[in-house]
Design a protein around this ligand. Structure first.
Ligand code: ADP
Ligand code: MG
Length: 652
């Protein structure tokens, strides 16, 4: 039970300590981990976004390279006095046609057309039959003529022009618009205009006069070499779980016309459209958009920038995006690492705490077991070992307390033993005295009887009679002492009757007043009314009162006041005898109830008065107490059990 309690208390403190500490550690660690992980995530995202912006620049360069290739090609063809100019000058249509066919094939150009100096078509390589239409609506042509130099850029080629260049080309540029969630709502169902990389260069004769214009273009729609080149060069074709990490797309306005973002079925996601917020930013406002975005079917970290035609109008978008999943995985594994560290450090702290609390609580356990031992009576139990700090203080205090308890216990034992010794001494003296008194009483009666008989003899001389009187007087005195001894030893039988204490006091004090010893003493009586009755021996109680009064009188040789009072307690009745005499010296207080203790000269005191009174009061199941102050006076108080009101009345 005790050990169970101990263990319980022990664990409760430890449990609370641990719970508190674990809560703090967990909270702090988790807070730190969450903060670090989000911070890390932000840094990572920032880093990736910067990278994507750089990748967009690289993609732009790839795109420009493709444009530059066309420009380079036309630059070669349009050298002043070149074969093209010459053929044009000589109106050598057959030579022109033959030459252009070879050039177009070599240059991998979708469109290679020669215009006159006004911008009208002279010859179409792809479709020689169609000629004479005006192409000055094309920004590159208009600018090449106006600025008299080579102009290149991305342009829109309308459906009509595409069809004149050939049905195949028009077909390549045609898209049914696919339903795309988050795209801007539109009434349109298809896109027939194409977007192309184009360059136009003026053709001059030997004197530098412009005789025509050569126009070269590559349709971007469904042409994937640019985006795949971006993927290869910029992203090194890295994949993550079978998916390309890096993707690139070319938009005609918000329509994907060339891309390597894949649909679920693995086909290229052309024909789908851009989400509205990005379209708003890039197409309407002409800004770069860089953020994470949901593209087709996955999250990407993306960058979009507008593609402008030579007039500066936004006609499309170039996009690059990095699959977010690999970075998310890095973030997740970092988070996992942090969590593992949190868990490990929490566990470690717990272990440390466990050991620490055990260390700290050990002295408390020792104190507890020591207290249990002391409570069970083993006063020698102490907490052993050296302890520092507050617990050391506690241990020392508890040990000191146990020392004090042990000392007090020893003191108490000594006092009890002394008291028992005193009682035993009184009892054995009593028994001894009673034995002797009994033995002496009978011969003494004989001596007295014969002394009296002898004294009655007629022929007795006066001197002998006087001696006999001395014998009789002294023997009577001895008999009184013997009677006192017998009384003390309670050998004399007592008669129990129902008494009114006040009545006993009055009768006794009447007797006292008549004694000549009390001539100088003023006697005062103060008796309470309505006292409960008592049960006792009238003669014996009178003797107690007489003894106390005599002692009081003897303490006041110069006279004084003797006060007798009676009073009622709760269940008891009491009386007191007070004097204004010499008082009792403190060192005598313990001894006055002992038989034969007297401070009075031999012949005057027997030392039996108080001891006999003590015996009588004890026999009545009462108590006798004394209070005294030297030279001021003494107060004896006697308490006797009262008879409860109902019972007493019935018996009276
Ligand atoms: N009222 C008192 N005033 C002073 N001393 C007293 C008083 N009563 C008792 N004593 C002291 O107690 C002692 C014992 O009293 P007691 O037993 O009556 O014997 P005795 O009177 O024969 O000496 C006395 O000797 C006295 O020293
Ligand atoms: Mg006396």
């Amino acid at each position: 039970m005790a050990s169970g309690l101990r263990r319980l208390g022990f664990q409760t403190i430890r449990f609370r300590l641990m719970i508190g500490a674990v809560a703090v550690i967990l909270l702090a660690n988790t807070g730190l981990a969450v903060f670090s992980v989000t911070q890390l995530g932000d840094v990572l995202l920032d880093e990736v976004q910067t990278r994507v912006r750089l990748d967009l620049n690289a993609a732009r360069q790839v795109y420009d390279q493709f444009l530059e290739r066309i420009a380079q090609f036309l630059r070669g063809l349009s050298l002043p006095g070149g074969t093209l100019s010459r053929a044009l000058q000589q109106r050598d249509r057959a030579g022109l046609e033959q030459r252009l066919r070879i050039i177009a094939r070599e240059g991998e150009l979708d469109i290679l057309t020669v215009l006159d100096a006004e911008g009208r078509v002279l010859f179409r390589t792809a479709n020689p039959e169609a000629s004479g239409d005006d192409l000055r609506e094309l920004p590159v042509v208009r600018r090449a003529l106006a600025e008299q130099r080579l102009v290149s850029g991305t342009i829109i080629i309308h459906q009509a022009l595409l069809e004149r260049e050939g049905a195949k080309l028009a077909e390549r540029a045609y898209f049914d618009l696919l339903q795309t969630p988050q795209a801007r709502p539109t009434e349109r169902r298809f896109e027939a205009d194409g977007m192309a990389l184009a360059a136009a260069a003026p053709l001059r004769d030997e004197r530098g006069r412009i005789v025509g214009v050569i126009l070269g273009a590559n349709l971007l729609s469904r042409r994937f070499d640019i985006v795949d080149r971006v993927k290869d060069v910029v992203f090194q074709s890295q994949t993550y779980r079978g998916k390309d990490i890096g993707t690139a797309t070319i938009f005609r306005r918000d329509l994907r016309i060339s891309t390597n973002v894949r649909n679920q079925d693995g086909s290229r996601a052309i024909g789908t459209r851009l989400s509205a917020p990005v379209a708003e930013r890039v197409l309407d406002r002409g800004e770069i958009f860089a953020d994470r975005a949901f593209v087709v079917n996955d999250w990407y970290i993306t960058a979009y920038e507008p593609i402008r035609d030579p007039d500066g109008e936004v006609i499309g978008i170039l996009y690059v995006g990095l699959l977010e999943a690999p970075f998310a995985r890095v973030r997740a594994s970092a988070a996992g690492g942090f969590l593992a560290i949190v868990a490990a450090s929490t566990l470690l702290s717990l272990l440390l705490l466990f050991l620490l609390t055990r260390q700290v609580l050990k002295p408390i356990g020792r104190i507890l077991s020591m207290s249990h031992k002391v409570a069970a009576g083993d006063l020698s139990a102490r907490v052993s070992g050296r302890h520092s700090g507050e617990l050391g203080l506690l241990v020392r205090a508890v040990n000191a307390m146990a020392d004090a308890i042990a000392r007090r216990e020893a003191e108490l034992e000594r006092m009890t033993r002394a008291q028992i010794g005193q009682s035993e001494k009184l009892a054995s003296i009593g028994r001894l005295a009673a034995g002797i008194a009994h033995e002496i009483n009978n011969p003494l009666t004989g001596v007295l009887t014969f002394a009296h008989l002898l004294r009655e003899k007629l022929n007795m001389q006066e001197a002998d009679r006087g001696d006999l009187d001395v014998i009789i007087r002294e023997t009577t005195r001895v008999r009184e002492i013997v009677r006192g001894l017998l009384d003390f030893a309670r050998e004399s039988p007592s008669r129990q009757e129902i008494l009114d204490l006040n009545e006993v006091i009055r009768a006794t004090m009447k007797l006292v007043r008549s004694q000549k010893e009390f001539a100088r003493v003023l006697i005062e009586e103060s008796l309470a009314d309505g006292l409960p009755l008592i049960r006792g021996d009238r003669n014996q109680l009178q003797q107690v009162l007489l003894n106390l009064s005599l002692n009081a009188c003897e303490a006041m040789p110069q006279g004084g006041t003797l006060t007798v009072k009676s009073f009622a307690g709760e269940t008891r009745v009491g009386f007191s005898v007070a004097d204004t005499g010499c008082g009792i010296r403190p060192e005598h207080m313990e001894k006055i109830f002992e038989p034969f203790f007297t401070t009075k000269p031999i012949g005057k005191g027997t030392g039996l008065g108080l001891s006999v009174s003590y015996g009588i009061v004890q026999q009545h199941r009462g108590t006798i107490e004394v209070q005294s102050e030297p030279d001021r006076g003494t107060l004896f108080t006697v308490w006797l059990p009262g008879i409860p009101a109902g019972e007493g009345a019935e018996r009276a």
